[in-house]
Design a protein around this ligand. Structure first.
Ligand code: C2E
Ligand code: MG
Ligand code: MG
Ligand code: MG
Length: 292
C-alpha cells in the first residue's frame, strides 16, 4: 500500500503533460506497484482441436487494470516492462498464477505461458520453472512455454541449450507467432518444438489471399513432415475454421472459439471446474517426480 501511495505522489497524470518520457516513467512506476496492489490478472483463452473442437488447453494472457487509466493492453506495457527488466518479475508472477490455476482445474488441460526475451535470457529461468512446478503441484507435461522466433534467434546456441534443459523436465515448448520472425526453417530443423503457432496475420487473410493460403498449406505440410502439431492463431470466423480443417490443421485458437476470460468465467461457462482438493483449501500438492 505504501508503495502505491508513493507511486501516486511522485507520479501524477496531467492532461497537458506531453512529455512522453515522463509519462512512460510514470507508467513504469505504476507497473512496479501493480503486482503488490492486485491490479494484475491472468486471463485464459481456449485452445481446441480443429477437427473435433475439443478443448486441449488454455493460453495465459496477462491483464493490467490500472486504477486511473483502466485496462491497459499487453501490447503497451509488455514492451515497457521488457525494456527495464520488470518483465522478469511480472513473468514470474504470471507463471506462478497460471500454474496454480491449472493445478486447480479439471479436466487436466494444459496451460500455455508466454516467455519474453528478457525472461528467457535470465539465468534463473530453469530453477524458477522447477520451483514453480514443485510449489504449485502442476505436472510438468501440463505446462507449455511459448517463445517467439526472435527470442530464440538472439543467441541460438544458448537458446537451444536452455530449451533442451527445460524440455528435459517434461515441459512443452511452443513456437509463437510463427512466420513473422527470422530464420524459421533453420530453427525448426534445430529444435524439436512440441507445437508451432501459425501467426494470426496469415489466418486473417486466409479466405481472401491465395498467397496466405499457400503459406498456410506449406506450413501445415512442414508440420506434418516434422511431426510437429500446428495451431492456427486468431480464428475469428467459421469460414477460417473450416478452411483450416480442410487443410489438416491440428489446433485452433481465436475469438470464434473463445476470448481470453478470467478463470471464474471459465468455470461459469462450464469449460472447467475447480477440483475439490484445491477448492477445499488443502493447498496444492508437492510433486517430487518432475525430474523423471
Ligand atoms: P500472443 O502470445 O500471440 O497472444 C495472442 C494474442 O492474440 C492475445 O492478445 C489474444 O487476445 C489475441 N487474440 C486471440 N485470438 C484472437 C482473434 O481471434 N482475433 C484477434 N484480433 N486477436 C486475438 P493480448 O492478450 O492482447 O496479448 C498480446 C501479446 O502480448 C501476446 O501475443 C504476447 O506476446 C504478449 N503477452 C500477453 N501476456 C503475456 C505474458 O504474460 N507474458 C509475456 N511475456 N507476454 C505476454
Ligand atoms: Mg502466445
Ligand atoms: Mg501468438
Ligand atoms: Mg503475438
Amino acid at each position: 500500500r505504501a508503495k502505491a501511495d508513493l507511486a501516486h505522489h511522485v507520479c501524477y497524470y496531467d492532461q497537458s503533460m506531453d512529455d512522453v518520457v515522463r509519462a512512460r516513467r510514470c507508467l513504469v512506476n505504476d507497473l512496479r506497484a501493480a503486482i503488490d496492489n492486485n491490479q494484475l490478472a491472468v486471463h485464459y483463452q481456449v485452445q481446441t482441436s480443429v477437427s473435433t473442437t475439443q478443448i486441449r488447453g488454455f493460453e495465459a494472457l496477462l491483464r493490467w487494470n490500472h486504477p486511473e487509466h483502466g485496462f491497459i493492453p499487453p501490447s503497451q506495457f509488455i514492451p515497457l516492462a521488457e525494456e527495464n527488466g520488470l518483465i522478469v518479475q511480472l513473468g514470474e508472477w504470471v507463471l506462478r498464477q497460471a500454474c496454480a490455476d491449472a493445478a486447480s482445474w479439471t479436466p487436466p488441460y494444459k496451460v500455455a505461458v508466454n516467455l519474453s526475451p528478457a525472461q528467457f535470457a535470465h539465468a534463473d529461468l530453469h530453477k524458477l520453472i522447477i520451483e514453480v512446478l514443485m510449489s504449485t503441484g502442476l505436472a510438468a507435461n501440463r505446462l507449455e512455454l511459448e517463445l517467439t522466433e526472435s527470442t530464440i534467434f538472439q543467441d541460438k546456441e544458448r537458446s537451444f541449450s536452455v530449451l533442451r534443459q527445460i524440455k528435459a523436465l517434461g515441459v512443452n515448448i511452443a513456437l509463437d507467432d510463427f512466420g513473422t520472425g527470422y530464420s524459421s526453417l533453420e530453427m525448426l530443423r534445430s529444435f524439436p518444438f512440441d507445437k508451432i503457432k501459425l501467426d494470426r496475420s496469415f489466418i486473417n487473410e486466409a479466405e481472401d489471399s491465395l498467397q496466405a493460403k499457400s503459406i498456410i498449406r506449406a506450413v501445415l505440410t512442414l508440420g506434418k513432415s516434422l511431426e510437429i502439431p500446428i495451431l492456427a492463431e486468431g480464428i475469428e470466423t467459421e469460414g477460417q475454421l473450416s478452411l483450416l480443417g480442410e487443410e489438416g490443421c491440428d489446433e485452433a485458437q481465436g475469438f470464434l472459439l473463445g476470448r481470453p476470460i478470467p478463470i471464474g468465467m471459465l468455470v461459469e461457462s462450464g469449460r472447467i471446474s475447480l477440483n475439490a482438493e484445491a477448492a477445499s483449501g488443502q493447498g496444492p500438492r508437492v510433486k517430487t517426480s518432475i525430474r523423471s
